[in-house]
Design a protein around this ligand. Structure first.
Ligand SMILES: NC(=O)c1ccc[n+]([C@@H]2O[C@H](COP(=O)([O-])OP(=O)(O)OC[C@H]3O[C@@H](n4cnc5c(N)ncnc54)[C@H](OP(=O)(O)O)[C@@H]3O)[C@@H](O)[C@H]2O)c1
Length: 245
C-alpha cells in the first residue's frame, strides 16, 4: 500500500530513518532521503534507487529547500516522515541554553516548518500522510532528558493539532513513539558500558528486548499507508510495552 507513493524521509542517513527508507523502497515507494551526512545519504540513495539531498533541518530555509527539491524530483509528496532528531542527556540543572535551543530546533521547530511547507502541496494533490517520530519519552516522563522529553511531548501535541486542522483536507497526521531502539542514538545513551547497559535496558522492557530500527519502520510504514486511511491524530508506541506499565 506504499507502492508508487513519493515519500520524503528526514534523518534517513542512520538508524530508524535508514530502516524506514529501506522498508519504503522495498514496498515500492519512491524515496527522497535527507540528512547531513552526504556520504551515507548518497550510498543509501544508490542502494535504494532513491534520491538524496543533504540538508540541516534546523536551518530556517531547509523546509522550503526540501519541498522544492521533492517537487522538482517527482512533482508531488504523498508521505512526509519527520524522523530527524537529536538527544542531550541532562536535567534542568545540567541543560545549557545552547543544548535546549539545539534540541528544540531539530526535534520541534524543524518538524513544524517542514510539515507547514508540505501541507499546501498535499492539499493541492488531494491529500497525504505525515508521520512524526516522537518517543515513548513524549508520553511519559524520563529522568535526565529535560529538553528531549519536552521536545517529544511537543511533537505529540503538534501531531494532534495538525491532525485536527487538516483532516478535512485529506491529510492524516500520526506519530510513532519508539522506545529504546538499537541505533547510534541509543548507543550514546548507553554510555561506555554499552553491552551491560543494553542488557539492563532490555530486561526492563516488558517484551524483554531492545527494539530494532525495523520495528519502528514497520509502524511508520503502516501509518503512512492506505491501510491506515481511517487513522489520524494517533500516537503508536513501538516500545515493547514500556509505556504501558
Ligand atoms: N533510538 C531510540 O532509542 C529512539 C527512541 C525514541 C525515539 N527515537 C527517535 O527516532 C528518531 C531517529 O533516531 P535514531 O535513533 O535513528 O537516531 P540516529 O541513528 O542518531 O539518527 C538520527 C538521524 O537524524 C538526523 N539528524 C540529526 N540532526 C539533524 C539535523 N540538524 N539536520 C538533518 N538531519 C539531522 C541524522 O542525520 P545526519 O547524521 O546525517 O545529520 C540521522 O539520520 C529521532 O527523532 C529520535 O528522537 C529514537
Amino acid at each position: 500500500m506504499l507502492a508508487g507513493k513519493v515519500a520524503l524521509i528526514t534523518g534517513a542517513t542512520s538508524g530508524i530513518g535508514m530502516a524506514t527508507a529501506r522498508l519504503f523502497a522495498e514496498r515500492g515507494a519512491k524515496v527522497l532521503l535527507s540528512g547531513r551526512n552526504a556520504e551515507a545519504g548518497a550510498a543509501l540513495a544508490s542502494e535504494l534507487g532513491g534520491t538524496f539531498l543533504a540538508a540541516d533541518v534546523a536551518a530556517p530555509e531547509a523546509a522550503k529547500t526540501l519541498v522544492d527539491w521533492a517537487l522538482r524530483c517527482h512533482g508531488r509528496v504523498d508521505v512526509l516522515v519527520n524522523n530527524a532528531g537529536i538527544l542531550f542527556r541532562g536535567d534542568s540543572q545540567d541543560c545549557t541554553d545552547a543544548e535546549w535551543d539545539a534540541v528544540l530546533a531539530v526535534n520541534v521547530t524543524a518538524v513544524f516548518r517542514l510539515s507547514r511547507a508540505v501541507v499546501p502541496v498535499m492539499v493541492g494533490q488531494g491529500g497525504g500522510a505525515i508521520v512524526n517520530v516522537a518517543s515513548d519519552w513524549g508520553l511519559v516522563g524520563a529522568q535526565k532528558a529535560i529538553a528531549y522529553g519536552t521536545s517529544k511531548g511537543a511533537i505529540v501535541q503538534l501531531t494532534r493539532s495538525m491532525a485536527a486542522d487538516h483532516a478535512r483536507q485529506g491529510i492524516r497526521v500520526n506519530a510513532v513513539c519508539p522506545g529504546d531502539t538499537d541505533t547510534p542514538m541509543l548507543h550514546i545513551l548507553a554510555g561506555p558500558e554499552r553491552e551491560t547497559q543494553l542488557r539492563a535496558m532490555a530486561e526492563a522492557i516488558p517484551l524483554g528486548r531492545i527494539g530494532q530500527p525495523r520495528d519502528a519502520a514497520a509502524a511508520i510504514a503502516f501509518l503512512a499507508s492506505d491501510d491506515a486511511s481511517f487513522i489520524t491524530g494517533a500516537m503508536l508506541p513501538v516500545d515493547g510495552g514500556n509505556s504501558a506499565v
